[in-house]
Write a protein that binds this ligand. Sequence first.
Ligand SMILES: [Zn+2]
Length: 467
Amino acid sequence: MTSKDLILSTARQFLAYVNKAPSPYHAVEEIKSKLVAAGFRELRDTDQWQVKPKDKCFVTKNQSTIIAFAVGGQFKPGNGFSIVGAHTDSPCLKVKPVSKVNKSGYNLVGVECYGGGIWHTWFDRDLTIAGRVLVKAGKSIEHRLVNISRPILRVPHVAIHLQRDHNEKFSPNKETNICPVLSTEVQSQLGKPVGETADTDKSTPTQADKHQPLLVKLLCDELKVEPEQLMDFDLHLADTQPAAIGGALEEFIFSPRLDNLLNAYTAAVGLVNSCSNTSLDSDPTIRMISLFDNEEVGSQSAQGAGSSFQEYVLRRLSSGGSQTAFEEAIPKSYMISADQAHALHPNYSEKHEGNHQPGLHKGIVVKINSNQRYASTAITNTILREIGRIADVPLQDFVVRNDVACGSTIGPIMSAKLGMATVDIGAPQLSMHSIREMCCTTSVLQSQTLYQAFFEHYPEVFSSLKF
Ligand SMILES: [Zn+2]
């Protein structure tokens, strides 16, 4: 296989993943199946864990966050952790708790704006619904995933004839202008059984009463349940257009959710691949990926990177040694916080400072910010550069202009909470937080190669530090 073939086939495997992951629940479910196929076993955080060297396990939280790890053959409590952290969520529209809106002869679905999306990109897209539903089944309550595989919703633009300044200042109101259309009342009345009334007079409305009957029917048909069985749900809107390889030279990826499923996926592949050779046998550390929900809204949730979930897992895996095994492990540990980076934009090149202009195909971006919006330091950058050299993956530097606001990610949050050495990195991309983003095919192979090399070589790089 030539290197171009390898880049393309690796990128296509990522596209298959992202197309099956329209919500964080699906993103985690797909990672789970990959891990299980690679011999990882599921642990429950309610159980006592029996974990020994060379075990490969994972644990989930809220079905939208997952921590997976492979225990080095030479691990003992008090030894360090090599972690790649990323996030499973992306900005999107989410169905409101009571979403039934009827207006101007249309049946609409009320939505909340989750995270900092470029919301005008959600107009005129063929949208569907995906997420998780809690279903009552006899005395049990089940957690089910749902993904309706056809376009059922649309946020239509207003015609330019009715708003002449459209191209100068299109700035939709997030409450009133972004309400997707599900159907017309004319057509939905036609399909109704005789005698059925639109609203029933009940003191406690059921889930089915809070949403468009058509939407409830679509969900129930998909899940093969009755409306009374729906307890609650978290439903995300998603574009039905599959991710694609693009550009005249097949060098781009046009896709939703590159931020940050590219890193969630490549971290998992990097971990799995690092366990497919004998390097784990002699590893004194635990190799780990931590993929968190809710980064796009600040990480402050039970399943977010700002929670104690990561610490609890590390403490459990450090138990059985000295009383301070966990505290001894932290300074031996290192985390790569992996989240997408801003590539230089040809039409907005003034947004980047002259010496820091990451380009597509030019390598993984190391993100630095002295105001600590990123956790990278000279020490953590040096460790990464050593890993990059070993893996033959080029690295680029990024610092934001002083007159432009800097983004942030899970790196500084987790680094501060755990006191753990952390580097913030990511693959370069354009259109971040659009419904359809853009990056280069090279990124996928470079990211997974870098993460695999990190897991295999961190112990030797760490032991080369003489201070
Ligand atoms: Zn991100």
